[in-house]
Design a protein around this ligand. Structure first.
Ligand code: MSP
Length: 501
């Protein structure tokens, strides 16, 4: 059975979950759900990044220990993901013993292989990024991302010989264009490597909140070099070599462009340094902006997922963020835009189709759903849209996949509009049209279930099917003609009541 291992970044525990974190997590969830439909053995990982100066300082400011800070905020992420119906198979915390073991194992290997050495470092450090900058990276002397002042830090620490990997990284980018997608993001990574890679400092003596360096315990690893390893920890690195060997070659990391350098340059180099041959696939998206700006605590423009779930429901929320932005470029979130899309795609299109079908079946078919025609004009529409949707999911383009799926819904509403079954006499002709529409609903419910698992379960039941669309297997389940007919159709309240602006 093919395997699919997908990860989100692990989120810092100094900040509450907002729609930006949820954006990546939702994409991971939808991809995991899609792969489960394909019958792939799927493992979906998310979690929290709990070490480092930033967490230590936030804890100090809150008058609690770093672990208390981590416990509290990590729990908030778990709650947010529960609210959004996120189906992660594991939730990793970097303070767990399994992770410490993996970090120490991997970096000890890099050290033994001659890729880590001791030296002195002086640099310009942004605490919010947990990263050093070159003078030339700064904007008006400040961090280019957070716009906050940087600090000069001088330390005796261990260095990772990143400079040794430039050629191997470029060779990888070239040999396998699929390694980093979209293309523009791979070019950006190649640009970073071509500009020249300097060795990077990977340990600190100035803080204690981290994973101790195994060969020199006065040092802890700098948070990024601990954090990246979480992806390996969760599939058994350092503890279960067999499990690691099975899952690691199937890894896909999702992330936004803010952490491209760490994931697309440093992490593959670390893996090579530790002698791990398979490198992950990287899928890098843009920022979700609010009013044209990146969300941040300091700008007070963060939106919590729960605020929008209250207004649009979990599935309305999920659909919007998966459909609205294409994966790659930045996208601007607006509440008004969310209302417009909800009303058009969910209330008017999908909701309306379900409502029409259940009303007409109740009136003209005695409430029993008829079977579709094998030569229905909608069969070809479904087949073409399925191919497009499957290709889009495979290319990490949920928005394109959902657009293809909604094409089926629009065409079916047009088909009903043309045939006007509500004006027909009960009989074979009316049954045929309604059977076709029910078959469309069956397929659409399967195809939309990675985006809207809860609502799709409801539609599935309303059209008389038992079980859940998530138990179906693609591509067989998308083949025209699966709706058996003879099932009781449940009329119910509109699933997506219209929202007022
Ligand atoms: N802890 C590091 C990641 C370590 S992974 C080994 C970190 N954490 S973070 O909490 O800042 O999360 C950053 C990630 O959250 C982004 O890469 C992205 O996946 C997601 N997003 C946070 N804000 C976002 C937007 N405004 N828009 C899109 N994604 C956003 O960096």
């Amino acid at each position: 059975m093919p395997r699919y291992y997908v990860t989100t970044p692990i989120y810092y525990v100094n900040d509450a979950p907002h729609i930006g974190h949820a954006y990546t997590t939702l994409i991971g969830d939808a991809l995991a759900r899609w792969h489960r439909l394909l019958g792939d053995d799927t493992f979906f990982l998310t979690g929290t990044d709990e070490h480092g100066l930033k967490i230590q300082r936030t804890a100090d400011a809150n008058g609690i220990t770093p672990l208390e800070q981590a416990d509290r905020t990590s729990e908030r992420f778990r709650e947010a993901w529960k609210l959004l119906d996120i189906s992660n198979d594991d939730f990793i915390r970097t303070t767990e013993p399994r992770h410490h073991l993996a970090v120490q194992t991997l970096l000890q290997k890099a050290y033994d292989n001659g890729y880590v050495y001791r030296g002195t470092y002086e640099g310009l450090y942004c605490v919010a990024c947990e990263g050093y900058y070159n003078e030339s990276d700064l904007v008006d002397g400040r961090c280019p991302i957070h716009k906050t002042p940087v600090e000069t830090l001088v330390e005796e620490n261990y260095f990772f010989r990143l400079s040794a990997f430039a050629d191997r990284l470029l060779a990888w980018f070239e040999a396998d264009p699929d390694c980093i997608q979209p293309d523009g993001k791979r070019n950006e990574a190649a640009g970073i490597v071509r500009q020249g890679l300097e060795d990077v400092s990977i340990s600190r003596t100035s803080i204690s909140w981290g994973v101790p360096v195994p060969w020199d315990p006065g040092h802890v690893f700098y948070v990024w070099y601990d954090a990246l390893i979480n992806y390996a920890t969760a599939v058994g690195y350092g503890s279960d070599p067999e499990r690691f060997a099975e899952w690691w070659p199937e890894t896909t990391h999702l992330l936004a462009k803010d952490i491209l350098r760490f994931h697309c340059v440093y992490w593959p180099a670390m893996l090579m340094a530790a002698g791990i041959e398979n490198l992950p696939k990287l899928r890098v998206h843009g920022f979700l902006l609010v009013g044209g700006e990146k969300m941040s605590k300091t700008r007070l423009n963060q939106i919590a997922p729960s605020d929008l779930v209250e207004d649009f429901g979990v599935d309305g929320y999920r659909y919007h963020f998966l459909r609205d932005n294409s994966f790659g470029p930045d996208g601007d979130f607006s509440y008004e835009g969310m209302i417009v899309r909800y009303n058009s795609d969910l209330a008017n299109n999908l909701g309306n189709l379900l409502q029409r079908v259940s009303t007409v079946v109740a009136k003209k078919c005695a409430g029993i759903g008829p079977a579709p025609r094998m030569d229905s004009p909608l069969a070809g529409v479904v087949a073409a849209a399925y191919n497009d949707a499957a290709a889009a999911w495979a290319n990490t383009q949920p928005s394109v996949a959902l657009e293809a799926t909604w094409r089926i819904i629009r065409e079916t509403n047009d088909y009903l509009q043309t045939n006007e079954p509500w004006k027909m006499e009960p009989g074979p002709e009316c049954d045929a049209v309604m059977g076709d529409a029910l078959e469309v609903l069956r397929v659409v419910t399967i195809l939309a279930s990675p985006a809207m698992p809860g609502a799709c379960d409801v539609i599935w039941r309303r059209i008389g099917l038992s079980g859940s669309p998530r138990d179906e297997r693609l591509p067989a389940a998308a083949a025209w003609g699966g709706y058996p007919g003879g099932l009781v159709i449940e009329a119910g309240d509109p699933l997506f009541p219209r929202r007022k602006a």
